[in-house]
Design a protein around this ligand. Structure first.
Ligand code: AMP
Ligand code: MG
Length: 350
């Protein structure tokens, strides 16, 4: 439930969770075309675009992607009063009509929740609010407050019929563990529609790549979860999506105890699993995002079982003591530990 503080000073919010690293310097290949790069701040994250195309085409695609991100944030964010999610949350038990896209994403969330026995649950918001993670007015609630709030968290009580969504008493939704992944998938889609064949976009802990660089593969680094932002491992030949969840990404401290932002819906407390960070890889960023949160709650053993039953999912899990990296074979063959982190032992889980 509560993890003791490490002795090192820690940065409160680690902004970049997966760092797109310059593969050219890592692989020794030269890049024939310099990429067009750009940034925006949205969904509480610095979003970085790197696009290999001629300047006009790249800028046009980036503008389209930025507009798509803004559109989706205003639809899906629980902290924007006019969003679909806020309408649902403010409606008490009345059914609310939302966009088809919002209804689809909620349905997708419910399907994923079933596969992980509720470890990922978009109805977790009453607990997120109780701990103060939505307002940043952090507080450690009493056990009684947790007990009375946990009853409002149950994805099975969310009903969706076409585009109409209805909650039970005192429930509210938070798509924070899946929306960024969905937005990343949409960014890929609009960029591909704009004719882009080579790009990498980093949205905090979510990274998506289209194709490869003109003369080499993309590589990404996985951040060491001590809050300093170094990457401890590099995955070469990266394509598709990767999403990291970790206790170091958002937390507060009280009486030398750290309380992080990923809540175990079964206990109502920040999850107390044997994982310090988990990165999920697949072609589907929406799924990666939901699963990274779920796996963080589920711990190594249950995540291993999930990966064995789902061959399309790859993971890199750093244990809570930072000593062991559990990986699927697809990741193992493409992974190298960064200098200074070679004492981490690597164990293949499937
Ligand atoms: P992520 O960074 O993708 O792991 O998502 C964490 C965010 O999702 C938190 O900041 C909360 O807003 C929300 N959240 C926390 N715990 C859960 C959970 N068990 N299931 C779904 N969403 C959660
Ligand atoms: Mg997530």
């Amino acid at each position: 439930m509560k993890s003791k503080l490490t002795k090192k000073p820690l940065i409160v919010v680690a902004v970049i969770l997966i760092i797109a690293v310059a593969a050219s310097s890592m692989t020794g290949c030269s890049v024939s075309t310099a990429p067009v790069t750009d940034e925006m701040f949205a969904i509480d994250t610095i979003i970085k675009f790197t696009v290999y195309a001629d300047t006009d085409a790249a800028n046009k695609a980036i503008d389209t992607a930025k507009a798509e991100i803004t559109r989706l944030e205003s639809m899906l964010s629980a902290s924007i009063e006019t969003s679909d999610i806020s309408s649902i949350n403010n409606s008490k038990t009345e059914p609310v009509n939302v966009s088809e896209e919002t209804a689809d994403l909620i349905n997708r969330s419910l399907e994923i929740s079933k596969t992980v026995n509720g470890a990922f649950d978009i109805s977790v918001r009453p607990l997120v609010t109780l701990w103060g993670f939505d307002t940043k007015n952090f507080t450690v609630p009493s056990d009684n407050d947790i007990k009375s709030t946990i009853g409002y968290v149950d994805y099975k009580k969310i009903s969706v019929s076409d585009t109409s969504v209805r909650l039970s008493d005192n429930m509210s939704l938070d798509l924070g563990a899946i929306a960024k992944g969905y937005i990343a998938d949409r960014v890929v889609s609009v960029m591909c529609d704009s004719g882009i064949t080579s790009a990498i976009v980093s949205l905090g802990g979510n990274v998506v790549a289209i194709g490869k660089k003109p003369s080499s593969d993309f590589s990404i680094g996985i951040e060491y979860p001590d809050g300093y932002g170094d990457s401890f491992a590099v995955i070469n030949g990266f394509c598709g999506a990767a999403v990291t969840s970790g206790a170091y990404q958002r937390y507060f401290e009280q009486n030398s105890v750290r309380y992080h932002h990923i809540i175990d819906p079964e206990t109502g407390y920040p999850s107390d699993s044997d994982i310090s960070s988990v990165t999920v890889f697949s072609d589907d960023s929406t799924l990666c995002d939901a699963l990274s949160t779920a796996f963080f709650v589920m711990g190594i053993e249950k995540t291993t079982a999930y990966c064995k039953a789902n061959p399309d999912i790859d993971v890199a899990i750093l244990s809570a003591d930072y000593k062991t990296l559990y990986v699927t074979s697809n990741i193992k063959s493409r992974l190298s530990l960064t200098k200074g982190y070679n004492d981490i032992s690597i164990k293949e889980i499937k």
